[in-house]
Design a protein around this ligand. Structure first.
Ligand code: ADP
Length: 638
């Protein structure tokens, strides 16, 4: 369980909560929903990560968070900074070192004190400058007065005055050196600092000393004034967040580790040739809590010592991608929209129906039965686009229509590509035809993460040149070979044809596209091969997706919702999906009327639906039914 329980702050209709898309929330719009103040209470789902953050904040431990982008890693890191005590914060000042100009001194004072010290120094410098200029003008006045008395030496007098002026002007630099450089200023911080050092270069992370183009001759900037803090120093007593840890180069990771171990880290110029490289400050405190984030890949490529450091002195936590769809969760999703609207500050609040549509979308995007997606960054993007549409039309509330429009606008690159692809294919009449075709099946694939595409497969059988082989081209070759292997086990049992004497050519029509995942097309290939082998045409108004076992079972696949929508868009009127995927179907209303979904659990059922030409087909299906295994039962992949 979680330690913080969050109530959206409005009445809940408990009785009908389960059936209501808003989990029984009695609200007209998100304006009625209260948003918690603390960031940690705004986090939805990720109970484990949140508990760990709360615990780690108390114990001052480092945390490693692994998971998909947009699930709340940086949000949690920021939330942690709000949980750390403000009293510990410090200001850091860098002073000129009169003994060694290249080793500036470092002093740490309680937050807010730094400002006072700087002011005092400035005041003193100002006074001193004032005194000096008074002194200077007095001397100049005396010289001028003196020359006026003896007009013969006017020129000498002017020269003397000039020399005095120059001396004062140059020596005045010495007084600048008295004012320290405040590199960390926490005077106005209301919470412990949060620094996001994702993708930072060494200088930004570890601090730097600027190059001085005038290294001597009285024009130089004193070295302490050129010192710049890094994120590790600015996050002192707070949180340092580093996403994609593995993109930091190894040397920088090593230095970061030293910083963690020592709790302080001297600042020096990072570029070797610059005059800054000659300067090194005394150690500067960097007592931060590190939150390292990334995907699994990031973890593997992280400096092993750094990883074990975090592991040994902290926690590791995995972020969830989806969460169970419960009434309570839906209420929190409604609150999520309220949060995003308030954070943005300009969007109109969402009407009840608009919230419902977004929660439906969260269900769809989960791609998993009875779950909601936790990829909130994308969902937040949708909230903003929908809100922007409403705002641009000066509406007081964001409506369901705005959400629907936003969805079609904020399509991913892959979705746009897929649509473009369908458009272009229309030109070549590769679309659905009314006549059945032997050996040709409309397969379905997923492009990217969230867009389906229709991918016709053609099979042709020819006498083998040598031993029979499967001939396929492109990136889907392996998949094709595997599907043919699976189907050949079945074919052997019911057909006289010896596949070892045949070459099977498999062509994926227009599958040159990058990013097409054909892993789930094995029933498509099987159907095409059997159709070609037995000379039975395939109904072209049907599309299909599913994986095939050696026993003839149709196994579940991913992305069914997107695939079904793609089939409908391409003009198919029926679509075959694995029975085990039936519960994952969350197509949008507009497609429901366009296409009939036919769940199948066995290849014989697939062929029964997809093949044409009654007598031949019926006998084939009967033979198949008698030999293939029982229908796939079980909840795998659901
Ligand atoms: P990550 O660091 O995992 O890539 P972020 O924390 O930057 O993701 O999330 C981006 C935005 O999405 C956040 O600022 C917040 O508005 C929203 N968000 C992400 N995860 C959650 C969550 N679990 N609960 C509520 N909002 C979230």
């Amino acid at each position: 369980g979680s330690t913080v329980e969050v109530d959206p702050g409005v009445e809940v209709d408990e009785e009908n909560a389960e059936d209501d898309l808003l989990g029984g929330l009695k609200v007209d719009s998100t304006a009625d929903i209260e948003v918690p103040d603390r960031l940690v209470d705004q986090v939805i789902g990720q109970d484990e990560a949140r508990d760990i953050i709360i615990k780690a904040a108390k114990q001052r431990r480092h945390v490693m968070m692994i998971g998909s982008p947009g699930t709340g890693k940086s949000m949690l890191a920021k939330a942690m900074s709000q949980l750390l005590p403000r009293e510990d914060l410090q200001d850091v000042l860098v002073y000129h070192n009169p003994d060694d100009g290249n080793e500036p001194k470092v002093r740490t004072v309680p937050a807010g004190k730094g400002e006072q010290i700087i002011d005092a120094h400035k005041e003193e410098a100002r006074k001193r400058n004032q005194m000096r200029s008074i002194l200077m003008w007095v001397i100049i006045a005396i010289i001028i007065g003196y020359t006026l008395l003896s007009p013969t030496s006017i020129l000498l007098g002017i020269i003397a005055a000039g020399i005095v002026w120059l001396i004062f002007r140059y020596t005045s630099r010495g007084t600048d050196a008295m004012v320290p450089n405040m590199i960390v200023n926490n005077g106005d911080q209301r919470t412990a600092p949060f620094e996001d050092a994702t993708g930072a270069h060494a200088g930004a992370l570890l601090g730097d000393v600027r190059h001085d183009p005038f290294q001597s001759g009285g024009m130089e900037t004193p070295s302490h004034d050129r010192v710049e803090p890094g994120s590790i120093h600015q996050s002192n007593k707070g949180v340092l967040f580093v996403d994609e840890m593995n993109t930091l180069d190894v040397r920088t990771q090593q230095k970061l580790m030293t910083a963690i171990q020592e709790g302080e880290f001297a600042i020096t110029g990072q570029s070797e040739r610059s005059s800054g490289a000659m300067v090194q400050t005394e150690p500067v405190p960097c007592d931060f809590i590190m939150i390292a984030a990334g995907n699994l890949d990031a973890m593997e490529n992280m400096h092993p010592a750094l990883r074990s450091r975090i592991k040994g002195y902290g926690y590791e936590v995995y972020m969830d991608d989806t969460i169970e769809d419960t009434a309570e969760m839906r209420r929190k999703y409604a609150r999520f929209i309220a949060q995003e609207v308030e954070r943005d500050g300009r969007l109109p609040h969402f009407e009840r129906e608009a919230v419902e549509e977004l929660i439906l979308e969260a269900k769809r995007r989960a791609g998993r039965k009875d779950h909601l997606t936790l990829l909130f960054r994308d969902l937040g993007g949708l909230v903003r686009v929908a809100g922007d549409i409403a705002r641009s039309e000066d509406r007081e509330r964001t409506t369901r229509d705005d959400v629907l429009q936003a969805k079609s606008r904020s399509r991913s690159i892959e979705q746009q590509l897929a649509d473009d692809y369908i458009e272009r294919r229309k030109d070549y009449e590769l679309q659905v035809t009314d006549d059945g075709v032997e050996g040709r099946v409309n397969g379905l694939a997923v492009m990217g993460e969230d867009s389906g595409i229709m991918l016709p497969v053609m099979a042709e059988i020819a006498p083998a040149q040598g031993g029979g082989q499967v001939i396929a081209t492109g990136q889907l070759k392996e998949m094709a070979e595997e599907s043919v292997q699976n189907v050949s086990a079945i074919i052997k049992k019911f057909s006289d044809v010896d596949l070892s004497e045949k070459d099977i050519h498999i062509q994926f029509v227009q599958a040159g596209q990058q990013g097409v995942d054909g892993d789930s097309a094995s029933i498509t290939v099987a159907t095409a091969v059997i159709s070609a082998l037995e000379d039975i045409p395939v109904d072209q108004s049907i599309a299909m997706t599913g994986s095939l076992s050696v026993r003839g079972d149709v196994l579940p696949v991913g992305g069914v919702t997107h695939k079904i929508e793609a089939a409908a868009k391409a003009g198919c009127t029926k679509v075959i999906i694995p029975e085990a995927n039936e519960q994952d179907v969350m197509i949008e209303e507009e497609y429901e009327e366009m296409i009939e979904i036919i769940p199948c659990s066995n290849i014989s059922e697939v062929l029964d639906v997809a093949l044409e030409g009654e007598p031949k087909k019926d006998s084939l299906v009967d033979r198949l039914k008698s030999i293939t295994g029982s229908a796939f039962e079980g909840g795998q992949g659901a």
